[in-house]
Design a protein around this ligand. Structure first.
Ligand code: KG4
Ligand code: ZN
Length: 358
């Protein structure tokens, strides 16, 4: 594209329970980043209700976009592209953001970019730090848990994925069993601060397996059994100890998988400055981040973890991915559809149990 000044892209995210809009420029400035969480609307149900999410996106998205444009001090005329999450995610919500972005693109006569939500997470580190391709990516969110080699924009090699629950899902479900409320990840991390991680001996799923896959449902079941044993006499200290033991076991399993992936990357991809990016909502977990830092150190990798506000779902990550595509002139046709499932590596072999999480 021939533009003298940095490119500016509006990004819209509506694939789960955050309604978000942001404007980001190609010189890595976040000009605005407005996120409206629907937590309070879903909390009574203990999880995200797709129909409520879609309706709430409809109610709030227009005013959020107006806020994002106003904060950035721009009009639609000043934009170089409009980007939206086109999947994977809850299809009703994805459609809301996608249709809105297309309408703005048509009305303002700007190109449209369709973003894979997972790629938004994957590329965020290039917005916040100097990260060059190729790099290793550990994507740990509420819906996904994967290890990938990021070779370039739109170019991924999946090494492994979860065969059942995603890491964030395991946090959320385990927290729910312990009555820690929703969302479970941050609540469980907080409870674990006062707990003894050595009190309960829980499984570290997949540890030592000769692949790069994850599994967390057995760990969740093991916690359930401990809760049943404690029955009605369960105390706040029991819950803190269970949380700490769960977090330790989960981290230990992820450390093992990551170490294997780093060894693969060093042998098969290599490069002078080997970098591992951790992305997705679970990357906000301080305990896990420290553990992953230790693994990176041991394998001579630089670990890059974007700040928590850019790890959990937001519009800036979609706007930035939009910048990455726009500067390569890779725009999407206006008949691009919403996709519930959209793997980053379409060539990766199917993994039994992975389903939409692949
Ligand atoms: O990336 P994200 O915002 O949404 C998805 O695309 O899934 O990730 C949300 C997930 C939830 O499962 C939430 O419990 C988890 O990230 N999470 C955490 C923490 N903060 C968010 N899990 C563990 N510790 C945290 N501090
Ligand atoms: Zn996400």
């Amino acid at each position: 594209m021939q533009v003298e000044r940095p490119l500016r892209v509006l990004g819209i995210e509506t694939s789960c329970d955050e309604t978000a809009a942001a404007v980001v420029s190609s010189d890595r400035q976040v000009l605005s980043n407005i996120v409206l969480s629907q937590l309070d609307e879903h909390r009574p149900y203990g999880g995200v209700v797709p129909e409520i999410a879609a309706r709430s996106h409809i109610d709030h998205l227009d005013s959020l976009i107006a806020q994002a444009m106003q904060t950035a001090g721009l009009t639609y005329d000043d934009l170089d592209a409009v980007a939206a999450t086109a999947g994977p995610g809850l299809i009703g919500g994805v459609m809301v953001g996608l249709m809105t972005a297309k309408a703005i693109a048509v009305a303002a006569e700007k190109p449209f970019v369709a973003i894979n939500h997972l790629e938004g997470h994957a590329l965020t580190a290039r917005l916040t730090e100097d990260v060059a391709f190729p790099y290793l990516l550990l994507l740990i969110s509420g819906g996904h848990c994967q290890l990938l080699v990021v070779k370039g924009v739109g170019h991924y090699q999946r090494l492994g994925t979860t065969i059942d629950d995603a890491a964030g899902e395991a946090f959320d479900k385990t927290a729910k069993m312990m009555g820690l409320g929703y969302p479970g990840g941050p609540a469980l991390e907080k409870a674990a601060l006062n707990g003894d991680a050595l009190r309960f001996s829980l499984p570290q799923p997949m540890k030592g397996r000769p692949d790069y896959n994850f599994s967390f449902s057995g760990l969740k079941t093991a916690v359930r059994r401990e809760i049943e044993k404690l029955s009605t006499s369960i105390t706040a200290q029991d819950i803190a100890d269970l949380s700490a033991s769960f977090q330790w076991a989960l981290a230990s399993a992820i450390e093992d998988r990551l170490a294997r992936a780093m060894a693969y990357f060093a042998d098969h991809v290599g490069g002078e400055n080997m970098t591992c990016v951790v992305a997705g909502g679970v990357a906000a977990n301080h305990y896990l981040k420290q553990k992953l830092q230790d693994v990176a150190h041991a394998h001579d990798f630089r670990l890059v973890v974007p700040p928590p506000a850019l790890c959990t779902d937001n519009g800036a990550m979609i706007a930035w991915a939009g910048v990455e595509y726009a500067r390569e002139g890779r725009f999407a046709p206006l008949d691009t559809g919403a996709r519930a499932r959209w793997p980053l590596d379409p060539d990766a072999p199917a993994v039994i149990g992975a389903g939409v999480k692949a």
